[in-house]
Design a protein around this ligand. Structure first.
Ligand code: ADP
Ligand code: 5GP
Length: 203
């Protein structure tokens, strides 16, 4: 039985999603990050099985054909997918699971109605600030940054489909709001504060 809560986060690349999620995961218990599979090359400092499972295109396509992914999408020219088995196992252990996926992947999870999830969209304060952050990160080429900026406008249009819109302007404030969203979701009437479903003995 699925017991944990699924959180789906999307944002234009460079909005600060990784920064925010790392902070919040360091400050709240019982939260795990779902490590996606990708065909993208590792960036400097990224570790296999920690940031992503870095796989070849052939391996990704074989997994996709075996329906190993809860959702998958092509984003900025690379494939990304969420392992069905890993996510369901974590939820069944009662952990709250964080998916950091693009707007196409989020739409697939939403439409599948397989798992009840909370959807959070993280927005930068402006496109100019988004570009500053992408350049400041110094991990992507000019060409990659151009592609990510071009896709950002399109991705922003999907924000209306999410349950929460989090503006990442001042980092500390955004961390506080994000923690509040997770704690509030855990306190929804049909859930225990731990996040698990309410099953009372004797009822
Ligand atoms: P994403 O995971 O959304 O692609 P990152 O977390 O890698 O984005 O953040 C992109 C860059 O922006 C990083 O250099 C990060 O330090 C910086 N950053 C993140 N949040 C803020 C913020 N609130 N204000 C200023 N810079 C930020
Ligand atoms: P990056 O290459 O910057 O790590 O990620 C690029 C985009 O791919 C981000 O929007 C990120 O959320 C998305 N992404 C990462 N993993 C997955 C996944 O498993 N599925 C989908 N659909 N998108 C993902």
């Amino acid at each position: 039985m699925v017991q944990g809560r699924l959180f789906v986060f999307s944002a234009p690349s460079g909005a600060g999603k990784t920064t925010l999620l790392k902070r919040v995961m360091g400050e709240l218990d019982n939260l795990v990050f779902s490590v996606s599979h990708t065909t993208r090359a590792p960036r400097s400092g990224e570790m296999d099985a920690v940031d992503y499972h870095f796989v070849s295109r052939e391996r990704f396509e074989a997994m996709r054909d075996q329906e190993a992914f809860l959702e998958w999408a092509e984003v900025h020219g690379n494939f990304y997918g969420t392992s069905r088995e890993a996510v369901l196992a974590q939820l069944e252990q009662g952990m709250d699971v964080i998916l950091d996926i693009d707007v196409q992947g989020a739409a697939i999870i939403r439409a599948s109605r397989l798992i009840d999830a909370a959807f959070v969209f993280i927005s930068p304060p402006s496109l100019a600030e988004l570009e500053r952050r992408l350049r400041g990160r110094k991990t992507d080429s000019d060409e990659t940054i151009g592609l990510r900026l071009k896709n950002a406008a399109q991705e922003m249009r999907a924000a209306v489909d999410y349950d929460y819109l989090l503006l990442n302007d001042q980092l500390e404030e955004a961390v506080m709001v994000l923690k509040s969203v997770i704690l509030a979701e855990r306190s929804r009437a049909h859930r225990l504060p731990s996040g698990g479903p309410i099953v009372l003995e004797g009822l």
